[in-house]
Design a protein around this ligand. Structure first.
Ligand SMILES: NC(=O)c1ccc[n+]([C@@H]2O[C@H](COP(=O)([O-])OP(=O)(O)OC[C@H]3O[C@@H](n4cnc5c(N)ncnc54)[C@H](OP(=O)(O)O)[C@@H]3O)[C@@H](O)[C@H]2O)c1
Length: 507
């Protein structure tokens, strides 16, 4: 039997170093909706490999299933004057495959001049693409997909506009209040101010959310200070967290009135964020709030709470149980740290809270109220940093600091203990030896809240909602207005903030 297009794709992909596990669906995966139904994923996690002719040269746009390529934006992205869809013959000549089965890489045609990947795809842990025929697909991580296809990230899409049972037209003349960061050029200082825009100025996204609350995290403070490496384009609306109510949804994922939240996924970094009264985001980023969690509570937790829960989960997964010995939390008065202390104590752990304010009666009272058995000084942790091993103290560690703090914590972790590293408040470096790992079997595990798989997020939020004490959370939470954000961010970078800061975007 001659090789099928899928066989050909599989062989060429393997030659590129990508082993693909192809699934066949005889009922067909020609459209993104068909493919999503077949594999049981969200349509936004389906890769459409679309060929366009840009000034009569072929270009491949790897596009999220929920989005549609805007030809004028594509023209701008590749520096072309005229862009149109390729005909079936042109597409086959360029890629070697028929429309409907075109894989994103391993092509056999004459080639394309540019490959662009939709940033919406990069928010997923795994996406699915055609494997050579209209009835075969394969899963792949978006980063692997981008490197195999030689794609560069470019947002050239608009969300699918057709009305659905839950959707409606998104354009309008409603005004939106945002905290806007403007910057004339990369070296200029940033200018931050509350502004009013028409909602047509908001970026594309399948879900329009009326935002009532956001929060300030350490990363937001860096963005507001104009620190390099986080925001690529200005003007920019910051805010890595938001909570509110769905106003409109262009697909069936959410209905108007749904109470939702968004954290991470590049919100407030590569996409306008939560410090606004309205936002538009891809539906894959949106999480339904657990029943009973209001928007203020959701933002009192925010990325900090989500990260604290992921860190606690990592300790549980590594086998750290109440009764195994003290568990250390560093940066204990900060956002992640204070919530981590609370979660661990409520789960029955003996918590040691490391803080730069150890001995301050107010801080001691606060940390005791959160459930800490005792406080330790930062130096008590970092003091062991130069040593391969020191006295074994902690069965588990949640570290927000990195640097000497993390090195010292590793050297003092008990045999079989687990250290969850989630932050860099001290330093990004880590100077350690292999001794904690090979003599004590210590596990060092990394926590990434930004690209944590979207399908796992609702369960994390449910656990967090069930574990947190609302009164204690309120005790470590301050609420401010949008106009107060710049001053608060400066204070945060100067280490003058304890606990969490919620933004009431309508205050
Ligand atoms: N991995 C992820 O996905 C993720 C998610 C959220 C946050 N983070 C990171 O986690 C860290 C904490 O975030 P956050 O929002 O909780 O920030 P935060 O509210 O500013 O808290 C950080 C705390 O760290 C402590 N600290 C400050 N400087 C320190 C130093 N030089 N050495 C040791 N401890 C120091 C302080 O607590 P004390 O005064 O009590 O010591 C401070 O309150 C940040 O680096 C942030 O970027 C990572």
């Amino acid at each position: 039997m001659p090789p099928t297009a899928t066989d050909r794709f599989r062989t060429l992909a393997a030659a590129l170093g990508v082993e693909v596990a192809v699934s066949e669906f005889p009922e067909g995966t020609r459209t993104a909706a068909d493919a999503a139904a077949a594999v049981g994923c969200h349509v936004d996690a389906i890769v459409k490999s679309l060929v366009f002719m840009a000034d009569d040269r072929p270009v491949l746009a790897l596009t999220s299933g929920g989005n549609r390529v805007d030809e004028s934006r594509l023209a701008e992205a590749v520096g072309a004057t005229v862009v149109r869809k390729a005909s079936a013959d042109e597409a086959r000549a360029a890629t070697g495959y028929a429309i409907g089965g075109t894989p994103p890489f391993a092509h056999t045609g004459e080639g394309v001049d540019h490959v662009l990947i939709d940033p919406a795809l990069l928010a997923h842990a795994q996406v699915w693409a055609a494997a050579g025929t209209p009835s075969s697909v394969f899963p792949i991580s978006p980063s692997r997909l981008a490197s195999a296809a030689g794609a560069r990230t470019a947002d050239v899409t608009t969300s699918v506009q057709t009305s659905t049972a839950t959707g409606h037209a998104r354009s309008g003349r409603m005004s939106v209040t945002v905290l806007m960061i403007r910057r004339d050029d990369a070296d200029a200082p940033v200018d931050v101010a509350v502004e009013t825009l028409e909602d047509s100025a908001l970026p594309d996204g399948a879900v329009t959310i009326d935002v009532t609350h956001s929060s300030i995290n350490y990363k937001d403070a860096l963005v507001l200070a104009g620190r390099p490496g986080l925001v690529r384009e200005h003007p920019h609306v910051p805010g890595i967290d938001l909570a509110g109510t769905v106003r409109a949804c262009d697909d069936a994922a959410f209905a108007p009135g749904d109470e939702v939240l968004v954290t991470g996924c590049w919100l407030g970094e590569r996409h306008w964020g939560g410090m606004t009264t309205r936002a538009r985001v891809p539906s894959a980023w949106v999480v339904a709030r657990p029943s009973g969690m209001d928007a203020h509570r959701a933002m009192a937790l925010g990325t900090a709470g989500f990260t604290a829960q992921l860190s606690v989960d990592a300790l549980v997964h590594g086998g750290v149980r109440p009764g195994d010995g003290p568990v250390l939390v560093t940066g204990a008065t900060g956002g992640v740290g204070s919530i981590a202390v609370m979660l661990l104590a409520r789960a029955g752990h003996e918590v040691e809270a490391a803080t730069g304010s150890s001995g301050d009666p107010e801080v001691e009272t606060l940390l005791t109220a959160l459930g800490a058995a005792r406080t330790v000084t930062r130096e008590d942790v970092s003091g062991a940093a130069g040593r391969a091993l020191a006295a074994a103290r902690w069965a588990g560690v949640i570290d927000v600091a990195g640097g000497a703090t993390l090195a010292g914590a590793l050297a003092q972790t008990r045999p079989g203990g687990v250290v969850a590293a989630c932050g860099l408040a001290d330093d990004t470096t880590l100077a350690t030896t292999v001794m904690p790992f090979i003599i004590r079997g210590v596990t060092l595990t990394g926590i990434d809240s930004v690209l944590h798989p979207v399908e796992l997020r609702p369960a994390v939020w449910e656990r967090l909602h069930g574990a947190v004490d609302a009164d204690l959370l309120a005790r470590v939470t301050t609420t401010i207005a949008l106009a107060e954000v710049p001053a608060r961010a400066t204070q945060l970078l100067e280490r003058g903030v304890r606990g969490r800061t919620v933004i009431d975007t309508h205050a």
